[in-house]
Design a protein around this ligand. Structure first.
Ligand SMILES: *[C@@H]1O[C@H](CO)[C@@H](O)[C@H](O)[C@H]1NC(C)=O
Ligand SMILES: *[C@@H]1O[C@H](CO)[C@@H](O)[C@H](O)[C@H]1NC(C)=O
Length: 366
């Protein structure tokens, strides 16, 4: 009897802990919110912008159980991809001045687990000679949440998440991919994309070959937006209260949903498509997702609770809040491009063509 009671107590403690573990930080949402990162670990101060060595970002992420803060702001120019360890938290919001950015190489969480990244700018660009790499790579990673991050100028994908399990990308900006000109690619999953701004990509916003929650996103100046690819299997998709806005590069506005055949099951409600490129937000409801099979209820139990904003409210919120804080030159350009509501925007082949300072990477003053 005593043993029985003890096991009940242990079960209760486990449940309570599980509930806490859903909060990587206050306001964390989606499947990646299970991450605890290095929150309870040692605090590591990044004290310089060097590629490597004591006090560098590369050194900071080289060991697990670290809570990483920044005593410097500005760009870290990578000489090669930087590989994160498992169980770390990266707090970009602690950086002074314009904040912290990583440029010229890939940030990789490949094969790692339990990672929280907030307010970090990841802008690969063609200063990275490896066109097979992405701005951020979490291939085969698990339990990862990226919140208020800014991704730009990815060459392979912007966010590569092939084989990734339990991931969230929230309140972030995924803009101006070059090279393949793709947004994000998820396989395995489940994945959550919540409150993000996607600007000027050819395709994969995202490519979801997994069970996905796609809620309160704004996709601007796409050629193809939400895509399943039709080839990798049977998946479920909750697509709720998103706004797709055509721009100058949009050749077929109905490709807001792309390669969504009957082998995909979709719960779609509250989505809007503004196809007329007239500089005014005046879209129409758009909840027929290709020839996918219609789900009458969301596949994920948390989806309806997450969808607190209408599509139009999401546009305002995303323009105001998405991306790393404080908002810098590249993100201001991404947002103003989207705010043109159809009249400006271009799919770039290199970052310099944006005309922004610092060869297109923009300037971050620490
Ligand atoms: C950072 O790099 C600069 C320039 O190469 C060098 O002078 C400095 O010693 C480096 N800092 C550390 C802590 O290694
Ligand atoms: C993914 O999250 C679920 C809880 O939602 C958990 O049971 C599972 O272990 C996680 N997967 C991995 C690989 O950690």
């Amino acid at each position: 009897m005593i043993l029985f009671l003890q096991s009940l107590t242990i079960a209760a403690v486990t449940l309570t802990f599980g509930a806490h573990a859903q909060n990587a930080f206050s306001g964390a949402v989606g499947f990646g919110a299970i991450a605890t990162g290095g929150n309870s670990g040692t605090t590591y101060h990044v004290t310089n912008l060097n590629d490597s060595g004591t006090g560098s970002f590369r050194d900071a992420v080289s060991a697990s159980n670290r809570n990483i803060v920044f005593d410097v702001g500005g760009y870290i120019v990578l000489n090669s991809a930087v590989s994160l360890s498992s169980s770390i938290t990266i707090n970009g919001q602690t950086a002074p001045g314009d904040g912290i950015g990583i440029m010229a190489g890939e940030v990789s969480a490949s094969g790692k687990s339990n990672i929280i990244i907030r307010n970090l700018r990841m802008r690969q660009g063609n200063l990275d000679s490896d066109t097979g790499k992405s701005a951020f790579n979490m291939g085969s990673a698990s339990n990862v949440i990226l919140d208020h991050c800014s991704f730009a100028y990815g060459q392979w994908d912007t966010v590569d998440a092939v084989g990734a399990v339990n991931i969230t990308v929230s309140n972030s900006i995924i803009a101006f991919p070059i090279g393949q000109q793709f947004g994000a690619h998820v396989e395995t999953g489940p994945s959550t994309f919540y409150g993000n701004l996607w600007v000027s990509a050819h395709n994969r916003q995202p490519l979801s070959k997994d069970d996905t929650q796609f809620i309160n996103n704004v996709v601007y100046n796409y050629q193809a937006a939400y895509t399943s690819g039709n080839t990798a299997g049977y998946f479920s998709h909750d697509i709720i209260n998103n706004y797709f806005i055509a721009g100058p590069s949009t050749t077929s506005a109905s490709d807001a949903y792309y390669q969504m055949a009957a082998d995909q099951s979709v719960y779609a409600t509250g989505n809007y498509l503004d196809s007329n490129k007239d500089g005014v937000l005046n879209g129409a409801a758009s909840n027929t997702v290709g020839s996918s099979t219609v789900l009458s209820n969301p596949w994920a139990g948390t989806s309806l609770g997450l969808a607190t904003l209408t599509a139009a409210q999401a546009v305002t919120a995303v323009f105001d809040n998405a991306g790393a804080s404080p908002r810098d030159e590249v993100d201001a350009f991404a947002v103003s491009t989207a705010q043109s509501l159809g009249t400006s925007g271009k799919i770039y082949t290199n970052q310099a063509s944006t005309g922004l300072s610092n060869g297109g990477y923009g300037t971050l003053t620490g």
